[in-house]
Structures are given as C-alpha cells and as structure tokens.
Write a protein that binds this ligand. Sequence first.
Ligand code: SF4
Length: 428
Amino acid sequence: MKFYLEPLGCVKNQVDAENIIARLNSEGAEFSENPDEADLIIVNSCGFIEDAKKESINTVISFRKDYPDKKIILSGCLARRYEKELKLELNETDAVFGSEKLDDITTLAFNLTGTTRTTPTHEAAADRTKLFSLPGSAYIKIAEGCNNHCSFCAIPLIRGRLCSRSVDDIVNECRTLLKRDIIELCLVAQDLASYGADTGESLAALLRAISTLEGDFWVRLLYLHPDHFPLEILDIIAGDKRFLPYFDIPFQHASPTLLRAMNRRGGADEYLNLIEHIRTTLPDSVIRSTFLTGFPGETDTDFNILLDFQNAAMMDWLGVFIFSREDGVPAYTLKARPSKKTAGERKQTLEIRQTPITEKRIERFIGRRMRALVEEYVDDFYIARLFCQAPEVDGAAVIESARDLPLGAFVEGEIIGRAGFDLRMRVT
Ligand code: SF4
C-alpha cells in the first residue's frame, strides 16, 4: 500500500506526522512523496486557531477534488478536537482519526485500503526514517500536552494534560538520530520548562543525560514558558558547548493585568530580570519570543507597557500574533476585545519597532568566525543556519563558497555582513 502524508501545523505535529510514517512503513506500507502514486492520502491537520482550521479543511477538500477515488484520512489536532462533528460534516474524508494511538491509524489505513500489513519490530516502528526537516536537523518531542491552561490556548483541550517521555526513551531517540547523521537535535514540547513535572524528571536531568552522548552536535531548546523557566539549565548549557545558548521564551505580553487575564503569572520586571539572568550567565545567548495583541481587555496603557518592555528587552527575534477567539477556551467569553483593526495595527507597530532591534542584535556576530549547519544550495549560494538561527522562523546564513559544501553538515567561516535578517558568511 502506497500512502502520501500532508504535514500541517507546528513542529510538534510534524513529529507526529513523522511517527505515523515510521509506523506505517514498519508495517509494510510505502511512503510516497507524490500523492498521484498513493492509494491513501493522510492530512495531518492543525486545529489551533481559526486560520489553521480553515487551511486543514481546505487541504482535504482540494485533495478530494484532485483525487476523487483515493482514500483520505484526516488526522492530527483538528481531528482530535472536532472528531464527532467532522465525521458528520466533512464528507470529503473517508475517515477522521481523532486518536493519538499510532496503532489505531495503521489498522485504519490498512482496513481502508483493503491491504495487508506486516508485523513491525519495535525499533522500526519508532525509527523516523522520513523527516520533514531540512538536512542534518530533527525535532524531538519530549512531552505531550500542557497543564498551564493559558486562557487563550486550545492546546490543553486538544492534547490533554502534560505527559513527559522518560529521559532514557528520549536519549535513545537522540542516539538513533545521531547515528543517522542528524547533527542538530531540536527539543520541542508545548512547554519544555514543564518537562518532567508529571514524572519527577526535569529538563536539567534530561540535558545532563544527553551530554553523556558522544559526538559533535547541537541541541536547541524551543518553547520555554517564562513563568517557570528552569534556571538550573543555564550552568549545564555553559558547561557543554553542544547545548546552544538559544532560548525561545513566549512572553505573550508584559502588562500584569493582561497576563493575569491570560492565566499567566509574570510581568515586565520579572521577565526583564529573567532575560538579564540568562544574558549574564550566557553572554552570547539569543532570545526569541512571541507577543499576542488584541487580547480581550487590552488597553492603550497595556499596549504601551508592552512597547516599553520590547525596548528594554531587546530580544533577538520576535513573532507577533493576533488573538484568535477559540471556542472552549476561557478567553472566549471575555469582554472588551479590541477590534481586529486595532489588534492588527498593534501587531504592525511591534513588528516595525522590532526590525532595527533584531538587525542591531545580529550585527554583533559580524567579524566573528562561526559554525553553520548547511541546509540548501539556492541560486549559487548555500543557505545555512548559525546557532543564533532556529529552523523556519529566524534569518539564515547566506554562504559564498568557492568550494562545494556538504548539505546537512557543519562548516566554519567568517561573518562578513548583514542583509536584512540574514547574515552573510564566507567559507574558504
Ligand atoms: S503553555 Fe503554550 S501550549 Fe500550554 S496552554 Fe500556554 S500557550 Fe498553550
């Protein structure tokens, strides 16, 4: 049985998609990069916010239009969140798979296509051979679900309570990926900072275990909730250069009134102290964050607090999103929601003010010799990433090189300039 999978949504959903492929592969099905050749199409959907839901449903409808006779399964977050409704209403699918149990999707896939499966070995079932990341890099999901219950977020509704994997299980997966020449391990979860809160483990213990692995590789941490940032990881990162001093910390806002309404604890002062602590312990550290505009109750005063925080924090990278009123979450019923126009203007103001901040922050690398992970060759240039650039969201290192460079490998070179949010690098 040949199948095609369309991965939508966040990187945590991407890991699920890769696990679905690994499981189906291990039971004898063949993954095809081209839906034309497939007997089965799986749309691994996102159900986080309105726009993502629309994209998932439109993707199914367009596959049905292009492939009227193929079997189509809708999996992922949208299927988990609205399984009952979609089974009734989304006739373009042959099945809506709302469960997280991988066993179930393979049974469904083989039954739906009327094909027989082979018995998988445990290793094969867990070995993600198909990765949607660029060469040399892989995401590792260390936990599922979230207990933070931010009032605007539907994730706990979709993914349930925090469920951390064991340190041994994660280290084994790191070892397997390193054996397959992966040199950047991006640890992800809904909130890395909560890792182990349900099992007695901790992010610090996990990093110590990973640091026992042999080899030359990077470990990148993505999504650390600021309210319980585990400061003890900073010394571990300082002690092993393979841990990148790169921190994605979604502050969301800085006005205490708004943060309380978001069911968050911090505020501008606490967050500035955290940033200062990180930069004091790791002077080279890079901080990415996310802001949310248009949350119910957000006033001009709140917004000015956020602007002042942006100026004081001087973050390296910033993403700004507009509040999406999601059914089933506490913020759905909150009043005094700013208009979409106001929310959009505030987003634009933050982005415009962030541009010179980011440019100034990345200019500190000019003149330095640095390592980069080479990912692509485009229009006579190699596109790579430095430690200060996460996959897909930050700028890149644009490399001029007289010699051929291996994709998915590290190279050393000099940073010779900036072009927008990218850094120009020379490799000799
Ligand atoms: S920490 Fe992130 S995933 Fe968890 S509830 Fe808050 S926004 Fe959602």
